[in-house]
Design a protein around this ligand. Structure first.
Ligand code: UD1
Length: 426
């Protein structure tokens, strides 16, 4: 397994171009199952999670063609005209929870889906009851046995009115995908409103689905008997952008993030500005410049447009170096503070009480060997390492490869001293 070695203390200066959004790419790739025609996707990020979704679709019988791959992005053409398998096996689902997004499309198109339960993960139990409830409301019969979700529908799925009792990105996506082929107009309320869900809806509209309320929490989806192919360019990754914005601040740097709309990272920009960092919306670019101070700021995670749980760990790294105390509250997952002990090994002063972490700013972090439990925790340790005095080794880099395209290259182009050590650790 690879490690990442960082010699910290160098302010980042330069430009970072943002890749396509992983969390939009994966459900949109799953949407290819809804049509017999070709779905062509551009601006996909080059990440192991994309490979895993490609593997899953191919396992189900899809033909996936890699049309173009360069340093920036990947273009895929996916054709699901001759599917021969409706089962997503544990060996693939365990690698990536997003595999559960084949459940809605397979059920809606073929009346049958068998998908492994993803199980818990490092950050929490991560239930699937809402995914199941919305599909049952459309007439599916669903049982769980031997670790698998077995979903069946003898007839075409029927439109329904469904109020999500809690906001769920994953369940909203499965509901939208299934409703796209259901008979009638499905009304989904209290939906998640993440920009990646909006991007999925835009792609589905190109495929022939009629959707009202795109970008809101109240969606009316008129399903079609058949859907067409489409071409779709994936929107940029706001979590990658937010991570690099925080990297600029934590290294006392001056960087420009390009290829992303300010609007979808505005909540991060606001927190950084409250902390005293200069953030300038320059149209196509966002400039993040350290301005001689770093103030402690409280932060709580919420569904979009709130501050993303996927940026909580990175923001905590920043707050370890702020001038007084801040309280960071994690409202989405019950166990998403796994980075805390690792940050403390680097000299941070953080105490956790339930879903609150009290972060008392320290003058410096010091480099250490650290190991992370999940994708965003890993990158928070990279950020801490960039700011720390001395050398930091981050183990288990495979987590990073799931969500950050060319991380070392993007950071070293801005002056970071960062390198990958191949086959270094277990
Ligand atoms: C969540 C985040 C998403 C992030 C992703 C990976 C939110 C709202 N969602 O999406 O931004 O990119 O993790 O870190 O911030 N839940 C249930 N039953 C279900 C589904 C979910 O109880 O069937 C609960 C979850 O346990 C969690 C909350 O609802 O507490 C939100 O979960 P959900 O949005 O579905 O999780 P992801 O889709 O993984």
């Amino acid at each position: 397994m690879d490690s990442i070695l960082i010699n910290g203390g160098k302010p980042l200066k330069g430009n970072i171009r943002i890749s396509g959004a992983k969390n939009a790419s994966l459900p949109i790739m799953a949407a290819s199952l809804l049509t017999d025609q070709v779905l062509e996707l551009t601006n996909l990020p080059i990440l192991s999670d994309i490979d895993t979704m490609e593997e899953l679709l191919a396992h189900l019988g899809a033909k996936v063609f890699r049309i173009k791959e360069n340093n920036d992005s990947l273009t895929l053409k996916i054709s699901c005209d001759n599917m021969n398998n409706h089962q997503a096996p544990y060996e693939i689902v365990r690698k990536m929870r997003a595999s559960i997004w084949v459940l809605g499309p397979l059920l809606a198109k073929y009346g049958k889906a068998v998908v492994s339960l993803p199980g818990g993960c490092a950050i929490g139990a991560r239930q699937v009851d809402l995914h199941i409830a919305v599909l049952e409301a459309m007439g599916a019969s669903i049982t769980i046995s031997e670790g698998y979700i077995h979903a069946n529908s003898k007839t075409r799925l029927k439109a329904c009115s469904f109020l999500f009792p809690g906001v769920s990105v994953g369940a909203t996506i499965n509901g939208i995908l299934a409703a796209s082929l259901a008979d009638g107009t499905t009304h989904l309320s209290n939906c998640a409103m993440e920009p990646e869900i909006k991007d999925l809806c835009i792609c589905l509209v190109k495929m022939g689905v009629i959707i009202e309320g795109i970008g809101t929490n109240d969606l009316k989806i008129t399903g079609q008997k058949t859907l067409t192919g489409a071409k779709h360019n994936i929107l940029p990754d706001r979590i990658e952008a937010g991570t690099y914005m925080i990297a600029g601040a934590i290294t006392k740097g001056d960087i420009t993030i390009s290829g992303i709309d300010y609007e979808i990272v505005e909540n991060v920009a606001q927190k950084l500005m409250q902390a005293g960092v200069l953030v300038t919306n320059m149209g196509d670019n966002i400039r993040v410049k350290y301005n001689g101070e770093l103030k402690s700021v409280d932060m709580a995670t919420h569904p979009y447009p709130g501050f993303s749980t996927d940026l909580q760990a990175q923001f905590m790294s920043l707050m370890t170096l702020a001038d007084s105390s801040s309280v960071i509250t994690e409202n989405i997952f019950e166990n998403r503070f796994m980075h805390v002990p690792e940050l403390c090994r680097m000299g941070a002063n953080i105490s956790v009480d339930g879903n609150h972490a009290v972060v008392r700013g320290v003058g410096n972090l010091s480099g250490a060997e650290v190991m992370a439990s999940d994708l965003r925790a890993s990158v928070s340790l990279v950020l801490a390492g960039l700011a720390a005095k001395g050398s930091t080794k981050v183990r288990r880099v495979y987590h990073l490869d799931r969500g950050y395209q060319a991380l070392e290259q993007k950071l070293s182009a801005c002056g970071a001293d960062i390198a990958r050590i191949k086959g270094d650790s277990v």
